[in-house]
Design a binder for this molecule. Structure first.
Ligand SMILES: [Zn+2]
Length: 523
């Protein structure tokens, strides 16, 4: 029978990770992640899966991050009745993450529907609710690292520590051949860690596989190696400058892993006197719960650091709203890390327009996300439909990434050799994977092994006599890694209002608007 893989996410972009594996033993998914970034990409979350959910026997989950796990409740809602295999810490984290994600879907759609009603637009349904997410949790089954597990007759998997976040894994898959066929050996990298992160070990994995699927998030970026002390000194400099500027410091931070890493470093800086003891508000219910999970798995010293007396967990929405009253000297850690959803958007609304405030970005910002737009130096942004001036200092600290840089990725790929049939470059925007592809070739990896699949592309790994139904493509080539017309629209509105404000007479403003209207009518 035919053996194929379809790249249903994170192909030419970094979000929505999902591989569909169609094998003689049945159909399986590796990850089932949510899409993030431009609105066009996010709309994929609302549309149907490109496969039949009830036809999937099992999901093999690499790690808890929402761009890898976030559509599991939607899969269950769509008829999936199999098991989701993940390491025990991943299962623990998901217990909080998936219901939180369901709650975010519900509240965002509520707000959108209120806006749609005012504009006479149709109502939309959330992708899934908190209740759907809670149902999906029943499908989780914990697995151990390093042990072969038979998922179905002739289909075995083994989890390796990917060193990316608590519980993260690369997944090795062994598919037995039918009579006359050899066993096929696949390795999915998941997200690969840096080897020197706050809590994680170096990434590991087997060598000698037939097919390798490797992430390329930072395939074009080289980071300087740094010790924990050097990392903390850089953080201290940013925080100190923000406090001197007199306003608040808002740190949009991924609730899981990044927040806990920052807390451990801030605690160390407070205790050593390198930073004055400022109040740190952790305003993300998910970050608070995830911190509890981390405290259970970390060593005693790190677990204690997460409980520093200057750290204040913001208990509810009321208390979150109260934070708007603080005009300076507070450090606010809030999710989401790409500023796309969650409470951080309120803190940005409250602080972005004030020149004494600072926004410190500490993670990867996908194309089209608000974080990326801020990073690119936008002077105005739109949040919840309001235009907000950016007068705060926007800073970027690229030392906390959980992702391997170019050199670590290269070493990881080299350590997996020999790879006999193909290496698929995924989970990277196109410039990153093109650069990484060239680097692999320069390092004697044969070009004929390398492939950069696009979204929903199917590659046949072994052709049988049966016929697999084709998978329909959802989006055009290259949509994943760029901004869309919604971004252009927001920019055009901003440019227009800036221009109108800059003109000196009402006569000039009327003339400009008349010119625009006639262009619109003619087109
Ligand atoms: Zn991840």
């Amino acid at each position: 029978m035919t053996l194929s893989v379809t790249f249903c996410g994170a192909a030419g972009g970094v979000t929505g990770s999902c591989y569909l594996l169609r094998t003689p033993a049945g159909n399986f998914l590796i990850d089932c992640g949510m899409f993030q970034g431009s609105k066009t990409v996010k709309e994929l979350n609302y549309g149907p899966f490109p496969f039949d959910a009830s036809d999937i026997r099992a999901v093999l989950l690499t790690h808890a991050h929402i761009d890898h796990s976030g559509l599991i409740p939607k899969l269950v809602k769509a008829g999936f009745v199999g098991v989701v295999f993940a390491t025990e810490p991943t299962c623990d984290l998901l217990t909080y993450m998936l219901p939180d994600s369901g709650y975010i879907q519900e509240t965002e759609v509520d707000r959108l529907n209120r806006r749609n009603a005012r504009r006479g637009r149709p109502q939309v349904e959330p992708i899934y609710t908190r209740e759907d997410a809670e149902k999906a949790l029943k499908r989780l089954r914990p697995v151990e690292y390093h042990q072969w597990i038979e998922i179905a007759p002739g289909f075995e998997v083994r989890y390796w520590d990917a060193g990316h976040i608590l519980g993260s894994a690369s997944i090795e898959v062994r598919i037995d051949g039918e009579p006359g066929h050899k066993t096929r050996h696949l390795l999915f990298s998941g997200d690969i860690g840096t080897g020197e992160a706050v809590f994680n070990d170096a990434p590991e994995g087997p060598s000698d596989v037939d097919y390798l699927f490797v992430e390329t998030t930072y395939g074009d970026r080289q980071r300087v190696d740094m010790t924990a002390d050097e990392r903390r000194t850089m953080l201290a400099t940013e925080v100190r400058e923000a406090l001197i500027a007199g306003g608040n410091l808002v740190i949009p931070s991924f609730a899981v892993a990044r927040t806990q890493e920052l807390l451990v470093d801030l605690a160390a800086l407070f205790n050593s006197g390198q930073l004055p003891k400022a109040d740190v508000f952790i305003d993300s219910p998910l970050a608070q719960r995830a911190t509890g999970v981390f405290a259970r798995y970390l060593d005693a010293q790190d677990a204690r650091a997460l409980n520093h007396p200057n750290f204040h967990m913001v208990p509810d929405v009321e208390a979150s709203i109260q934070l708007a009253r603080i005009k300076g000297g507070a450090i606010i850690l809030s999710a989401s890390g790409m500023c796309d959803a969650g409470r951080v958007r309120y803190h940005l609304k409250n602080n972005l327009w004030r020149p004494e405030c600072t926004v410190l970005l500490v993670g990867y910002q996908a194309a089209g996300s608000l974080g990326r737009i801020l990073l690119s130096g936008a002077k105005n942004v739109r949040i919840h439909g309001d235009q907000i001036q950016v007068r705060a200092r926007v800073r970027n600290l690229d030392i906390y990434s959980g992702h391997a840089d170019q050199q670590t990725l290269l070493e990881w790929v080299k350590a997996r050799q020999p790879v006999h049939k193909a290496i698929f470059l995924t989970h990277g925007e196109n410039p990153a994977r093109t650069t990484f592809r060239d680097l692999l070739i320069a390092n004697d990896i044969p070009a004929k092994l390398l492939s950069s699949p696009s979204l929903d592309e199917t590659v046949v790994l072994r052709r049988g006599k049966d016929h697999q139904p084709p998978i329909t493509r959802r989006l055009g080539h290259d949509v994943m890694s760029r901004e869309d017309w919604h971004n252009d629209y927001a920019r055009t509105l901003t440019a227009l209002s800036e221009k109108l404000a800059a003109l000196s007479t009402n006569r000039q403003r009327e003339k400009l608007l008349a010119k625009l209207t006639s262009t619109i009518e003619r087109s």
